[in-house]
Design a protein around this ligand. Structure first.
Ligand SMILES: Nc1ncnc2c1ncn2[C@@H]1O[C@H](COP(=O)(O)OP(=O)(O)O)[C@@H](O)[C@H]1O
Ligand SMILES: [Mg+2]
Length: 267
């Protein structure tokens, strides 16, 4: 019998427009507890916008977003604050405070969301540093760290409150291929060690196939295909095939101005 899967995130017909331009055009997807789910697609296709809806930063124009079974598209601030303790987020830029040490950066969520004593916070921060391979680096400032180490600190902060879900927005942005591989391995290790659900947004194909259990391919605000890593690797969809091979030839075109627009330009 097939294993019953628990859905932790469900998106139904999500539509979002900015300034009359439809950026998300009816997104549907389900993410299961404990899996590593990758949202992949080209720049500007709406990946970060989906994440921002799931973490409550944006409200849908229409459609629903369920987190832990509850509709958050209409949830108030109090309810959203409760959810925020249950997920961590690693931002594209790592988003560390330069004036705070590594240790102070990681302890921020613990100070903000718990009433734990200072010495307990110190112990918890040490544990997180250990988990991301930064034992002994707590006293340093972000400016003293490499890009890969900053990501690790961001990750330690994202897991400070022992979240059930971690969201990663382009975790390999700005990193060289080797450091990217190391961070990808850390993402996989953490998800296994902590039995955490991971949602990763990326356009880096090497990362996609290293990290993903399942993948959604996004194009122009629509989900083109959702499947396991193997299903996506063997996809018959021309868009998916072009994207994963990085081919210049295929249906994913560059912006081609139409006649009216060209006339506008030459006026
Ligand atoms: N707050 C906003 N206001 C206006 N346009 C936005 C806003 N956020 C995103 N966009 C636009 O929506 C599109 C999708 O953005 P985004 O989700 O960041 O893409 P991705 O993360 O896939 O690169 C882009 O064209 C972007 O310029
Ligand atoms: Mg983005």
């Amino acid at each position: 019998m097939a294993e019953e899967k628990e859905v932790v995130i469900k998106i139904e017909n999500l539509v979002k427009e900015f300034g009359g331009r439809r950026v998300l055009d009816g997104i549907n997807l389900e993410i299961y507890k404990g899996e590593s789910f990758v949202i992949m697609g080209g720049s500007g296709c709406g990946k970060s916008t989906i994440l921002r809806h799931i973490i409550g930063g944006l409200r849908p124009d229409s459609g629903k977003v369920y987190l832990f079974g509850e509709d958050i598209s209409t949830a108030g601030d109090d309810k959203m604050d409760g959810f925020k303790k249950r997920f961590g987020m690693l931002f594209q830029s790592s988003a560390l405070f330069d004036s705070l040490t590594v240790e102070e950066n990681i302890s921020l969520p613990l100070r903000e969301h718990t009433k734990l004593d200072e010495h307990i916070i110190k112990i918890m921060v040490k544990m997180k540093l250990e988990l991301v391979g930064l034992h002994g680096f707590g006293h340093l400032y972000p400016s003293q760290l490499s890009g890969g180490m900053k990501k690790r600190v961001g990750l330690a902060r994202a897991i400070a409150l022992d979240p059930e879900i971690i969201f990663y927005d382009e975790p390999s942005a700005g990193l060289d291929p080797v450091v990217t591989a190391v961070i990808d391995k850390l993402i996989v290790d953490l998800s296994e060690k902590l039995s955490i659900t991971s949602v990763i947004v990326t356009h880096d194909m090497n990362s996609v196939f290293r990290i993903a259990d399942r993948i959604a391919m996004l194009h122009k605000g629509k989900v083109l295909e959702i499947g396991t890593k193997e299903e996506i690797q063997n996809s018959k969809n021309e868009y998916v095939k072009q994207f994963i091979t990085g081919s210049p030839d295929g249906p994913i075109g560059f912006f081609k101005p139409d006649e009216n627009y060209l006339q506008e330009l030459t006026k």
